[in-house]
Ligand binder design. Structure first.
Ligand code: NOJ
Length: 569
């Protein structure tokens, strides 16, 4: 009797624990407080990011196989100006220079991705392992560690081996789960003694929606209303499998962690006193972040996704929901497969309900029954979708805390772009963006959100997917028209450096001087960049252009001398 009673109490207690892991997010409280001067906890990790296809170039060098992005960019009209990532920043050959830049900024970590077809050209481990590809990543990792920069490694930042797309239909096919697991296992085997932070997927929302629903991204499939859900289903399974592989085979030896990186915008109710707006905003987030985070942290798709997609599928006369279903075994296999959450975040939308009659818009977007709005007063210096709304970041971080049991969070992407026409290295708006977003993250830390690190997106200007090279997110400007791909520091490099060295925002007087000081240094970089068309065809001694008065003088006199000589001949 006593035993049974204890057991019952235990069950009730366990139930309470389970339920209390998920708190309610308070939608009605949106404090937009003033700037907060304080610092981050000791040990907070500062970094910058890149991804293989966006940065490496060397698309067909040293035995690399073709990826879906190599194939997609070859189709005319898919990418702005038909740009490709064939050479991009030439990161494959210039990674040593780039580590020098990271060291100069005193970065604690660098997040980058491994190109699957660089290591497994056909995608399959059983067919051929490209040792030259392995060697490239080994060298990169070793040099990072030699410079005390922690590698945070992403296994999949969108560049699926093209042969897996051709043979199996890519992420539409469940066989990807095993192939991806083989690739990940190989990475753990070869690099796991040095790499302690693994991220399975970067931004699976984008892979699913833009790759298989709208077709704006590789592989360019337009399977409206089904493709994205199917791709996501397989990605979630693949993530879980890789986590279990690490857990079973490597964790005890290598002592690392495996997470996933989810990118999502914040959705704010248009009217926080209106229950229907609140529900629509929550739906927006559940269809975005929750689609992946809820199965991984809580065991199944968000109830609201099941309800909405299920109902609409019924109205469309389908026998089953377009949202696939996890079996009970799969749910428990997937639940809890995240040692830390990588979070990518850039912007915010206002949300209000909007009814999409079924049949009309049989798509992921119509399934949500909502409208997205922006405030025209929000600054939007770069990409047309990217408005600067710093308070949304704090809201997002607090949402993560309440919904998923306050997991360990590494911000894996946050930053802002500028339009192509802008060749001004004094990027005042980017400094403002970083200052305000990082400050909101600091407030979130004060709120109790377990944020351990921050990654500025991105280290370098790089290939911005369907936008080609027209949108620049880099701390460093890259001159893509010059075959040496020189890097020039924008003012935000200096600004970010100061945030890093102060581990936050120590006091008003100091912080207010940072922008001014940063702008002072970028004037000379601007001059160097302006001289680039004159000197671009020369072989550079060093291709990292760090503007000191002496380098500027030497370069300008070289140009002057060249004109003189030309005049004589
Ligand atoms: C998130 C993606 O992961 C990254 O590759 C991209 O450059 C940024 N968003 C900016 O669009």
């Amino acid at each position: 009797m006593l035993q049974r009673c204890i057991l019952r109490t235990y069950h009730v207690f366990a139930l309470v624990l389970c339920v209390s892991a998920r708190e309610d997010f308070d939608w009605t409280k949106n404090e937009k407080t003033s700037f907060y001067y304080s610092t981050f906890p000791t040990g907070f990790s500062w970094g910058a990011g890149s991804s293989a296809y966006q940065t490496e170039g060397a698309w067909n060098i040293d035995g690399k196989g073709m990826s879906i992005w190599d194939a997609f960019t070859r189709k005319k009209g898919k990418i702005f100006l038909n740009d490709t990532g064939d050479t991009s920043c030439d990161g494959y050959n210039k990674f040593k220079d780039d580590i020098t830049l990271m060291k100069d900024m005193k970065l604690n970590h660098y997040r980058f991705s491994i190109s699957w077809p660089r290591i497994l050209p056909s995608g399959l481990k059983s067919e051929h392992i490209n040792e030259k590809g392995i060697k490239y990543y080994e060298d990169l990792i070793n040099m990072l560690l030699d410079n005390k920069i922690t590698p945070i490694v992403i296994l999949y930042h969108w560049d699926l081996p093209q042969l897996l797309q051709e043979k199996y239909g890519g992420w539409q096919n469940v066989t990807m789960v095993n192939y991806f697991n083989d690739f990940a296992n190989l990475c753990f085997e070869r690099f796991g003694h040095k790499v302690k932070y693994w991220i399975t997927f970067n931004n699976p929302w984008s892979i699913a929606v833009e790759g298989y629903e709208t077709g704006e991204h590789a592989p360019g499939m337009k399977l409206k209303g089904t493709g994205a859900y199917k791709a996501a289903h397989h990605i979630i399974k693949a993530h879980a499998k890789v986590w279990h592989t690490y857990d079973m085979q490597w964790r005890s030896k290598q002592k690392g962690m495996v997470g996933i990186s989810l990118t999502a915008d914040w959705g704010e109710p248009v009217d926080i006193t209106n229950q229907r707006d609140i529900e629509a905003a929550e739906r927006y987030i559940q269809f975005y972040l929750g689609w992946f985070a809820t199965p991984i942290f809580n065991g199944d798709y968000p109830q609201v996704m099941k309800d909405y997609i299920g109902r609409k599928s019924g109205q469309q006369g389908l026998g089953a929901s377009r949202l696939p279903v996890f079996s009970p075994q799969e749910k428990s296999y997937i639940k809890g497969t995240c040692d830390f959450l990588g979070l990518g975040h850039f912007t915010t939308r206002y949300i209000t309900p909007k009814n999409y009659p079924s049949g009309l818009g049989d798509s992921y977007f119509a399934d949500r029954d909502l409208a997205e709005l922006v405030d025209p007063k929000w600054p939007d210096p770069g990409s047309e979708w990217l408005y600067s709304v710093p308070w949304g970041f704090r809201r997002m971080l607090n949402f993560v805390k309440t919904q998923y049991g306050n997991p360990m969070v590494y911000v894996t992407e946050n930053g802002v772009s500028e339009k192509m026409v802008c060749t001004d290295l004094c990027d005042d708006w980017r400094m403002q963006y970083f200052k305000d977003y990082i400050n909101e993250m600091l407030k979130a830390v004060k709120d109790g959100v377990n944020v351990k690190g921050y990654t500025a997106w991105s280290l370098l200007d790089n290939f911005e997917w369907d936008e080609g090279f027209s949108e620049r997110f880099g701390l460093y400007y890259v001159d893509f028209s010059n075959k040496n791909k020189p890097r020039y520091p924008k003012a935000s490099v200096q600004f970010y450096k100061r945030i890093i060295s102060s581990n936050g925002f120590p006091n008003q007087r100091e912080v207010e001087s940072w922008k001014r000081k940063a702008v002072e240094t970028c004037a000379s970089s601007n001059q160097l960049l302006a001289a680039d068309p004159l000197i671009g065809h020369m072989e550079m001694v060093s291709e990292i252009v760090i503007p000191t008065v002496s380098t500027l003088c030497i370069l300008l006199s070289a140009v002057f001398l060249m004109f003189l000589l030309r005049g004589r001949i």
